[in-house]
Design a protein around this ligand. Structure first.
Ligand SMILES: Nc1ncnc2c1ncn2[C@@H]1O[C@H](COP(=O)(O)OP(=O)(O)OP(=O)(O)O)[C@@H](O)[C@H]1O
Ligand SMILES: [Mg+2]
Length: 273
């Protein structure tokens, strides 16, 4: 089931273009990672999808009834306790207070429910922000750098929770992060925002694979790839290729056994993308 369909989205702040002809489709249960340099437009894209910013052209077809978002700092009433803030959002989104009990252990906020919001650390605020996003929607959630400010345990439990919510309850997520390993841990697909364009790094055209064979030296393997017009990158002791099906075909014809594995995000990003 499709949850979100973005087609031909452009966005500018005044004369400064930010997003150029962005298209993106998410299915129920997807955890989409969003990567891009500072200022690439990740937050802008999330604000447009969640409706915080108004779309000026293109299509954003949100097929869920609700959307939850943690974008920049969560809006908390500083003089109210965490619990009072959460109850406020339960009323706002017409949810039962029992939701607070349901998530308080997983989000590790149980120990500071009675503390005033103004007295929270950055990581604590992030967790409450995520809590509010979960109160707002049990269908589709946008998280802008949610691991920011969390300690390593907090990051791990957050990622496990996201994965569980997607797998067991069919929630769909978009998560932006500069920590590629965080995204690799949970994302079912990853997108790169660069030069105003959005690319899916897992498409056949973009996904990279490392290939290994014991039957040929590295030099002979590279020669064979060149002879067959197959593009590759050499990265120290690895050969990276795109279009694994064509490689399978060519090496298969030559009778050369080989193994391959999908390259990590950092290898995809820092080599020719
Ligand atoms: N309210 C605004 N008014 C004008 N320009 C803006 C506004 N918000 C963002 N921009 C510009 O839009 C571009 C994209 O910003 P955005 O915040 O979406 O980037 P980002 O990918 O989220 O970056 P970061 O990794 O630093 O969070 C930047 O050039 C930024 O200066
Ligand atoms: Mg941002």
């Amino acid at each position: 089931m499709t949850v979100l369909e973005v087609i031909g989205l452009n966005y500018s702040f005044g004369k400064q273009p930010v997003l150029d002809d962005i298209s993106l489709t998410l299915e129920k249960g997807d955890i989409a990672g969003l990567i891009g340099n500072n200022g690439a437009g990740k937050t802008t894209l999330m604000k447009l999808i969640s409706g915080i910013l108004e779309r000026t052209n293109g299509t954003i077809d949100l097929k869920t009834k609700t959307v939850g978002a943690l974008i920049e700092t969560p809006a908390l009433y500083p003089n109210m306790t965490v619990e009072a803030n959460l109850k406020f959002y339960c009323r706002l989104y017409h949810k039962d207070y029992s939701l607070i009990d349901c998530y308080k252990e997983d989000l590790e906020v149980a120990t500071y429910l009675k503390r005033k919001a103004s007295k929270l650390s950055l990581g604590m605020k992030q967790r409450v922000g995520l809590f509010i996003a979960l109160i707002a929607s049990d269908e589709f959630i946008l998280l802008d750098e949610p691991t920011n400010g969390l300690d390593p345990n907090g990051i791990n439990s957050l990622l496990i929770l996201i994965e569980r919510l997607a797998k067991n309850h069919g929630l769909t997520f978009i998560i932006s992060s500069h920590i590629l390993s965080n995204l690799e841990q949970v994302c079912t697909k990853n997108y790169l925002l660069k030069n105003h364009k959005l690319t899916c790094l897992d498409d056949d055209a973009n996904a990279k694979y490392k290939i290994y064979t014991e039957d040929l030296s590295m030099k002979s393997l590279m020669t064979l790839l060149k002879l067959n017009d197959l593009a590759f990158e050499r990265q120290r002791h690895d050969i990276l290729v795109k279009g694994i099906e064509k490689i399978k075909q060519v090496l298969g014809q030559e009778g050369i056994p080989f193994t391959y594995e999908k390259a990590g995000l950092s290898e995809v990003l820092f080599n020719g993308n």
